[in-house]
Design a protein around this ligand. Structure first.
Ligand SMILES: Nc1ncnc2c1ncn2[C@@H]1O[C@H](COP(=O)(O)OP(=O)(O)OP(=O)(O)O)[C@@H](O)[C@H]1O
Length: 220
């Protein structure tokens, strides 16, 4: 499956956030989106998901235009930047709802076995983020959108999530954004930088310095 998005124009009142966006990705690839605070990374993910309606956008799957919001096609799962599972929901209910195996989860994250019957508001921010990221990543959707999956996670959990992302990509399209740029660089097959409302495909990592996303000398 090939997913393309272009001709995106997003305004909030008269403030132009995105224009001249082009992004292309396919099954088996992880696409990283980088950019400074407020450049439009989260908005772009919401536009792809379909929950934010810009002035213009053009989404194609395998060259066919998709006119309805992508979330209505059942092809996509989206991890927003903020908690999305209701506080009162029990962990086991969320796994059931997303049709994700609790036993497989515990095999990877043994220390979480105590949480099966606990509700989400009893978890720490990092524990909650890990579970939310896991159920989105392992859901049976072909397109996975991850907004800041590494924030609040401990280093060992970040490494496990990176390994899971790399495993899941074999049969999924994964688009990911995070300020932990080294993890994005490690994990991604393609990287786009959003700058001045445009996406720029990064061919050489030193371009991240040239475009002033990173200070010079960071890459080498
Ligand atoms: N609902 C809204 N109303 C008005 N402006 C908004 C709204 N949502 C986002 N914006 C503005 O759009 C711009 C892009 O926001 P977005 O959340 O996509 O940034 P981001 O690149 O994800 O930033 P960060 O890395 O800080 O999370 C910001 O300037 C933000 O203030």
């Amino acid at each position: 499956m090939i997913l393309e998005i272009d001709n995106v124009e997003l305004y909030f009142k008269v403030k132009r956030i995105l224009n001249g966006v082009y992004l292309k990705t396919e099954t088996g690839k992880i696409t990283g989106i980088l950019g400074s605070n407020g450049c439009g990374k989260s908005c772009l993910l919401k536009i792809i998901f379909g929950s934010l309606k810009p002035k213009y956008k053009f989404v194609r799957i395998d060259s066919k235009p998709i006119l309805k919001p992508l979330y209505q096609t059942k092809l996509v799962a989206y991890l927003p930047q903020h908690h999305f599972v209701p506080n009162s929901m029990r962990i086991k209910t969320a796994f059931k709802l997303f049709k994700v195996s609790w036993n497989n989860f515990i095999a990877d994250f043994e220390s979480f076995s105590i949480f099966k019957n606990v509700s989400f508001n009893k978890l720490s921010g990092g524990e909650r983020r890990l579970i939310e990221t896991y159920i989105i990543l392992k859901s049976d959707k072909k397109i996975i959108l991850l907004d800041e999956p590494f924030s609040h996670l401990a280093p060992l959990h970040i490494e496990k999530v990176k390994a899971l992302i790399s495993k899941e990509k074999q049969h999924k399209i994964i688009i990911i954004t995070d300020h932990m740029y080294r993890h994005i660089i490690d994990t991604s097959d393609n990287i786009y930088l959003i700058k001045g409302g445009h996406t720029k495909l990064i061919n050489d990592l030193t371009e991240l310095e040239d475009y002033k996303y990173l200070s010079s000398g960071t890459i080498n």
